[in-house]
Design a protein around this ligand. Structure first.
Ligand SMILES: Cc1cc2nc3c(=O)[nH]c(=O)nc-3n(C[C@H](O)[C@H](O)[C@H](O)COP(=O)(O)OP(=O)(O)OC[C@H]3O[C@@H](n4cnc5c(N)ncnc54)[C@H](O)[C@@H]3O)c2cc1C
Length: 371
């Protein structure tokens, strides 16, 4: 019997939506999202930065997909009228010959990512409120309106015939005779569909969705939740560009940085807080102000504490725990003999937003070789 769909995608965050957009060009696609809105978990709780691709381990998916994804994303924003701006960013260092800054500069050169080394005087000219001895300017870094981006992915996927369902929860799936038999929970009750292939793009719930598909998740890399908080800074922006300190050890985070939104409002964050459980608590405690102030004042000495307001938090789905070296994105092919094709996307933390179109292309290519 033919399947109802060629592909079912579990999860309507930016990655699921980008996959639906790419795959619906020549396949029948069903995407299910449990919430009332697409992209209401990690995809709407981030810095909305289009990363240049400077930071990631050589040869990693994070590096290649970020660089390719950045180019694709700027082109997509132009084509589909998604508000965005190539703001450029400064990565600032406390000493003129800081080895970590030298390392980033060399890496950028090797990857053909344009950067410019700035002295203390040049920093003061461009950013009078920033104090640093040296900086690397990355002109390719930018910001985008991630909500409009996701809306355009949704609209284009639907225009190509994809069925995108909100308020629909994936309950379980069983592979039989080369097809996935899937149970979904909607407000009208439970119903079943069949699909030839399945993509697990469930973000923080990736391991839960895998279990519901019968996978042995003890074979998967362990999933750690790592929260990042943001504070907004009231009033006129003290900066003209995004300002980043040097990244944290083990790349747990990129350091508490200053980003601008498209309206010119500054926000600081995210910090890194590994969570002891998998609760999705997004509260931002005002007591974090002291920690934020200390970090920010290292490059913005005139920070006015009274202008910092708790804003929002996001949770990174990490495959590395505290103190462990950073892990790459994982595209895990479920190899159970009886299974129809199933790809689990694991650990899609930053730069997932920047990488989304390139990752979706990679998934499309993977599925094509399996036909
Ligand atoms: C603090 C922070 C800052 C970041 N900053 C940046 C940045 O500046 N630039 C950048 O490139 N990246 C950034 N990222 C990374 C980026 O946000 C993520 O990589 C990206 O949003 C991941 O998207 P996703 O679709 O995989 O996950 P999600 O957005 O979490 O989507 C998964 C979806 O699956 C749904 N789902 C789960 N289980 C089920 C089920 N059983 N049935 C139906 N639906 C289900 C969920 O409801 C959810 O909507 C940041 C991340 C964080 C946390």
């Amino acid at each position: 019997m033919p399947a109802d769909f060629d592909v079912i995608i579990i999860g309507g965050g930016v990655i699921g939506l980008a996959c639906a957009h790419a795959l619906s060009a020549d396949r029948s696609v069903l995407l299910v999202e449990q919430h009332d809105l697409f992209g209401s978990e990690t995809s709407s709780r981030n810095s909305e930065v289009i990363h240049a691709g400077l930071y990631y381990p050589p040869g990693s998916l994070k590096e290649s997909l970020c660089i390719e994804g950045r180019k694709r994303l700027y082109a997509f924003c132009e084509q589909y009228d998604v508000p965005h701006r190539k703001t450029g960013k400064l990565i600032v260092a406390p000493s003129a010959d800081h080895p970590a800054l030298d390392h980033l500069e060399q890496k950028a050169r090797g990857l053909n990512i344009p950067t410019e080394r700035l002295s203390r005087e040049e920093i003061s000219e461009r950013e009078p409120n920033v104090r640093a001895e040296a900086a690397l300017f990355s002109p390719e870094t930018g910001i985008l309106d991630s909500h409009t981006y996701m809306l355009r992915l949704q609209q284009e996927a639907e225009r190509q015939g994809a069925l995108l369902m909100k308020r629909t929860r994936y309950l379980r799936g069983k592979a039989e005779n080369g097809l996935w038999h899937i149970s979904l929970q909607t407000s009208d009750g439970e119903f079943r569909v069949t699909s030839e292939r399945m993509i697990n793009a469930a973000g923080l719930h990736s391991h839960d969705v895998a279990k519901r598909s019968g996978a042995d998740t003890s074979l998967f890399p362990r999933l750690h939740y790592c929260r990042g908080h943001y504070f907004t800074y009231n009033g006129k922006s003290p900066f003209n560009h995004l300002i980043y300190p040097l990244p944290e050890k083990d790349l747990a985070g990129l350091g508490i940085h200053a980003t601008l939104d498209l309206g010119g409002q500054v926000r600081f964050g995210p910090d890194t807080e590994f969570m002891s459980d998998h609760s999705r608590v997004y509260e931002v405690s005002p007591t974090l102000k002291t920690k934020f102030c200390r970090a920010i004042s290292s490059y913005f000495p005139n920070v006015d504490v009274s202008q910092l307001q708790p804003a929002y938090a996001g949770i990174r789905p990490k495959l590395s725990g505290p103190g462990e070296s950073t892990q790459d994105f994982v595209i895990f092919r479920d190899n159970r003999a009886e299974a129809a094709s199933l790809l689990h996307l694991l650990g899609i933390e930053s730069p997932g937003l920047t990488s989304s179109l390139a990752l979706a292309d990679k998934i499309t290519a993977r599925l094509s070789t399996e036909t």
